[in-house]
Ligand binder design. Structure first.
Ligand code: ZN
Length: 475
């Protein structure tokens, strides 16, 4: 055994609840979990030849968190596009046009550090330039499932007013499809299997029909999933209606894309009937509660999707309009926003939110046989959370237990003390062990400053939302 963690409250997330073991132990050999159980049952000979012993009394050991949807390359725009209408056009696009490749990589490295320190061990990234970002994930030690974004709509969306039908740039769509295929060729099952790839069409409204059909065929031929924004907003609904005279989900259903190979992001605009169709056909959903609340003021239909038996994960999406890559926020907001939506405190209890960020999330993104729960044979992706931090005290285990609600409603992320991925200690005592955190942070700060300076004239000239108040010196 290489690592033995003992005396911990272990949340295995197996079975139908959280699979709690008080005073538990967990053994890791190589990159796998090899033993889990009550400390009292720990065989004496198991202690021999253990390289590292961690006494986790007063701490929780649980699966690492799964971030089902992130655009890591946008992290340099943190906090620059919220409290406004037409977020994508007037908030994000003016900055995007000044995002260099080096700056995008720098933002992704920052997102990786942030996510890791908040206990995320797997993230599903969707962006560019993905090969370089994969090198960051390889070095920093994350598990990542990645797609290179495919769109036939010009990236600089501020030139595309929301009310007009996009004209497709078919050559751009072809090039980006080719780049996603090249990414799969280069990075699928690399870094010891930690990095895997999927295909990433940006949305049904942003890809010509024929190209979408070819992407579907390529996914089948290569045995990879499709990760796509679906029913993500009224802009998409409008574009699909104008082009095909129907709604997004019936359109995708006609094309044969509504099946278990699709990871559908957001589903914000899906009707009850459409939610039933996607869930019952095996589509997995990623719900990004904070992002969609901030940029759209909407609570996505996660609860009805789950009621129809759907597989779902939570995602942090993007920092310009969500501000953080922190699954503790997403768990809390998924629970709170749905309680408010249904005016019912029983909706989405804490333990279910915790399952969405771990075992259910892993299943939804197609990694359920490898990670998401703590059991022998699974990969050793786990975190140790310090329950002795003031905001998590008192922690009670018996005869009543308050730990799970406190993890979901009180933890903020800094309580994550240790992060182990693939059996490797990536965060130890809250310190990043694999890369130079200070260098990543200072490079990101510098890159963001120069990108913001170059974008300022355009942003202030747009005079939309907060830009007008910045212009007038109010905020
Ligand atoms: Zn997204």
């Amino acid at each position: 055994m290489d690592i033995l963690i003992k005396n911990a409250l272990i949340l295995t997330m197996t079975g139908k609840g959280v699979g709690a073991i008080s005073e538990g132990y967990l053994g890791i050999t190589g990159n796998k979990i090899t033993a889990v159980g009550p400390s009292i049952e720990l065989p004496a000979q198991a202690m021999e030849k253990v390289k590292t012993v961690i006494d986790a009394r007063g701490k929780v050991v649980m699966p690492g968190l799964i971030d089902g949807h992130i655009h890591a390359m946008l992290t340099l725009f943190r906090g620059l596009a919220q409290d406004m209408d037409d977020w994508m056009h007037y908030g994000l696009a003016p900055y995007l046009s000044n995002l260099t490749e080096a700056a995008a990589i720098s933002g992704a490295a920052l997102a990786a550090v942030e996510a890791l320190k908040n206990g995320t061990t797997t993230l599903i990234d969707f962006g560019f330039p993905m090969p370089s970002i994969c090198r960051i994930y390889e070095e920093i030690g994350l598990r990542a499932r990645v797609a290179s974004l495919i769109t036939a709509v010009p990236i600089q969306m501020e030139d595309l007013p929301p009310g007009e039908l996009y004209s497709f740039d078919e050559a751009q769509g072809e090039l980006l499809f080719y780049q996603n295929l090249a990414l799969i060729e280069e990075w699928h099952n690399q870094a010891g299997g930690r990095i895997t790839c999927v295909l990433g069409p940006q949305g049904p409204d942003m890809i010509p029909r024929e190209l979408l059909l070819r992407i579907k065929q390529a996914a089948e031929d290569l045995g990879v999933m499709i990760h796509m924004h679906v029913a993500q907003g009224d802009r998409e609904t409008y574009q699909i209606a104008k082009r095909f005279n129907c709604r997004s989900i019936p359109y995708l259903h006609q094309l044969g894309l509504i099946d278990k190979n699709l990871l559908a992001i957001h589903l914000t605009e899906a009707t009850e009937e459409e939610i039933a169709i996607v869930a019952e056909n095996g589509v997995a959903m990623v719900c990004c509660p904070a992002s969609i609340a901030i940029i759209d003021g909407i609570v996505p239909p996660l609860v009805s999707f789950l009621e129809h038996g759907g597989r779902a994960a939570l995602g942090s999406d993007q920092a310009p309009g969500n501000n953080s890559h922190n699954l503790w926020n997403e768990m809390k907001l998924a629970a709170l926003l749905n309680k408010v939506r249904y005016r019912d405190p029983k909706v989405l209890p804490a333990w279910k939110a915790l399952r969405l960020a771990t075992v259910e999330g892993a299943r939804a993104v197609g990694l359920g046989d490898q990670v998401g729960s703590l059991e022998p044979g699974k990969l050793a992706d786990l975190i140790i959370v310090d329950l002795q931090q003031p905001g998590l005290v008192p922690y009670l285990e018996y005869p009543v237990r308050n730990v799970v609600p406190n993890l979901v409603y009180a933890a903020r992320g800094h309580e994550v003390e240790t992060v182990i991925i693939d059996g490797r200690m990536v965060i130890e005592n809250r310190r990043l062990m694999t890369m130079d955190e200070e260098a990543i942070v200072s490079q990101a700060q510098e890159a963001a400053r120069s990108c913001a300076a170059e974008s300022a004239t355009k942003i202030l000239a747009l005079n939309k939302g907060p830009a007008a108040m910045m212009h007038d010196g109010l905020i």
